[in-house]
Design a protein around this ligand. Structure first.
Ligand SMILES: C[S@@+](CC[C@H](N)C(=O)[O-])C[C@H]1O[C@@H](n2cnc3c(N)ncnc32)[C@H](O)[C@@H]1O
Length: 488
């Protein structure tokens, strides 16, 4: 895959526009890094809020909950362990942009007081969503995706795992460090509390000091951004923990079985190719690669890309990290032990997963990257899992899926139609075309697909398996084939 999109034409105006876009993206990325860095403080504030409520109790009720102070202490240890993991992940991240770019002067005004930045190479827009409650708290499959200031605009491809089991070659993502921390809470927490919890449980964590030396790179971010970090932690369980196996069996297994059946004679010398738009944390793409496909995951969220890159490229052993994904919800727990239980990640060593050469993750908006005419007829298979409802216009997705498939290629889809831009009550109206399943199928037929299989699959999405609340999706699962002659 080539690098960034070409800027059309020359001229000063275009150069200025391009610089502005880059500045916006740097600011957007700084905001995401800041959200990750804010995680410990925000989580600590949650514990303090619980403590304040506890202190308001009458003595008799307090006495009934004499174990609560111990729970608060344990919660802090869990936060510290999660922070330690996040910190290691950020340290490994090598931004594909010059993070020291003077954003303030490239763009007049500070976008980040109130604004979400969504910047694309070929079109750049600023979307606003007030930080004061317009944006819904993320839940399940909408988690962190309803608002996408995190979007990767620069197309950004990274080769990932090398099949010989060595550390990965990674041009863009790993092996770097990010400068720019912060008031100190983060590192201090680690140093003081790791002895109890994090260092003990995170096996290969280095205790060396880090280079978060430039506080000017950190931004104040709204709590909704930190919520996305919590969502990512839950996504890690879905993709990279033994606890997520049930969910993966519900979602990924039928897809893998279908691919296996549809491409029975995979030739190791000329493996079939498969694209996974909206690849999330990359497990499905990795499994498809291990099945014998040249697989590319596509993902536009830096939140996701930073994390998947770390797990794919920097993991040294199974269960290298211990995180506490469920601590942030005090609701629907059967016991404190359930809420505070550790989860080891990753459940497999990506480098030993037997991937097929050519596995990659491509950062960028699906429409921007694959809508490019150079992508036409490139893929034998497209797999979308909990993805198609992320579209502003689902028909545009279907049209592009059809275009990038080879004639006779297959599209396997699994997911609901929980349109991500529906119910967005931000200041700017976002386009959101919300079709029924029936209309989605009609659009697919129009773009030259014919149905081969269709059924419903019941599944959860990033759900705590031990919670008293289990949101179940009745997800559509289909295989469609692109007919040889279809509208272009
Ligand atoms: C609901 S998640 C599903 C992730 C993964 N497929 C899974 O099943 O766990 C949807 C993913 O699509 C990504 N996404 C949304 N819109 C996108 C776009 N236009 N281009 C690329 N990725 C996109 C989101 O960042 C998110 O990671």
């Amino acid at each position: 895959m080539s690098g960034q999109h070409q800027e059309g034409g020359g001229g000063e105006e275009q150069l200025r526009q391009s610089k502005l876009e880059e500045a916006l993206e740097v600011q957007s990325l700084r905001r995401i890094i800041s959200a990750y860095l804010d995680y410990p403080d925000a989580a600590e504030e949650d514990v303090r809020r619980c403590e304040r409520s506890f202190r308001k109790l009458p003595p008799a009720h307090k006495a009934l909950l004499s174990h609560f102070p111990r729970k608060f202490k344990k919660l802090r240890q869990c936060i510290s362990a999660n922070s330690y993991f996040i910190f290691a992940m950020l340290q490994a991240f090598d931004p594909p942009l010059d993070m020291s770019l003077d954003v303030e002067h490239s763009h007049q005004g500070n976008l980040l007081d109130n604004d979400y930045v969504l910047c694309k190479r070929s079109r750049c827009s600023v979307r606003t969503a007030s930080t004061s409650g317009n944006v819904r708290k993320c839940d399940d499959a909408t988690c962190g995706q309803k608002e996408n200031p995190e979007s990767v605009s620069t197309k950004w491809t990274s080769d990932t795992v090398e099949s010989d089991g060595q550390r990965m070659k990674d041009n863009n993502l790993a092996n770097g460090s990010i400068e720019g921390k912060s008031s100190g809470g983060f590192q201090e927490n680690l140093e003081s509390e790791n002895h109890d919890c994090a260092a003990g449980s995170n096996k290969n964590a280095s205790s060396s000091t880090c280079g978060w030396s430039d506080p000017s790179l950190q931004l104040r971010v709204p709590l909704v951004d930190v919520d996305k970090v919590r969502c990512i932690i839950r996504n890690i369980v879905r993709d990279w923990a033994e606890e997520g196996r049930k969910e993966r069996d519900q979602c990924y297994k039928p897809i893998l079985e279908e691919l296996d059946a549809l491409f029975p004679n995979r030739d190791a010398d000329r493996p079939p190719s498969c694209l996974v738009p909206g690849a999330g944390l990359g497990r499905l793409a990795l499994e498809i690669s291990s099945l014998g496909f040249i697989c590319q995951g596509n993902e536009f969220s830096y939140y996701m890309m930073i994390c998947s890159s770390f797990i794919l490229n920097n993991t040294q052993e199974e269960g290298e990290w211990t995180i506490y994904p469920w601590i942030h919800s005090n609701c629907n727990s059967l016991s404190d032990d359930d809420q505070l239980r550790p989860v080891s990640i990753p459940d497999i060593l990506p480098a030993s997963a037997g991937i097929t050469q050519g596995f990659s993750m491509c950062g960028g908006d699906f429409v921007e990257v694959y809508g490019d005419p150079s992508q036409a007829g490139m893929w034998d298979a497209i797999v979308t899992c909990f993805f198609i409802d992320t579209a502003h216009n689902i028909m545009e997705y279907i049209e592009i899926i059809s275009k990038v498939l080879k004639d006779g290629g297959v599209w396997i889809n699994l997911g609901p139609l929980l349109y991500h831009f529906a119910d967005m009550y931000g200041q700017d109206e976002e386009m959101s075309i919300e079709l029924s399943l029936e209309d989605v199928k009609k659009a697919a037929l129009h773009y030259g697909f014919e149905f081969e299989k269709e059924r419903t699959i019941q599944t959860t999405y990033t759900t705590n398996p031990k919670s008293m609340m289990q949101n179940l999706y009745f997800a559509a699962f289909w295989t469609m084939r692109k007919k040889s002659s279809c509208p272009s």
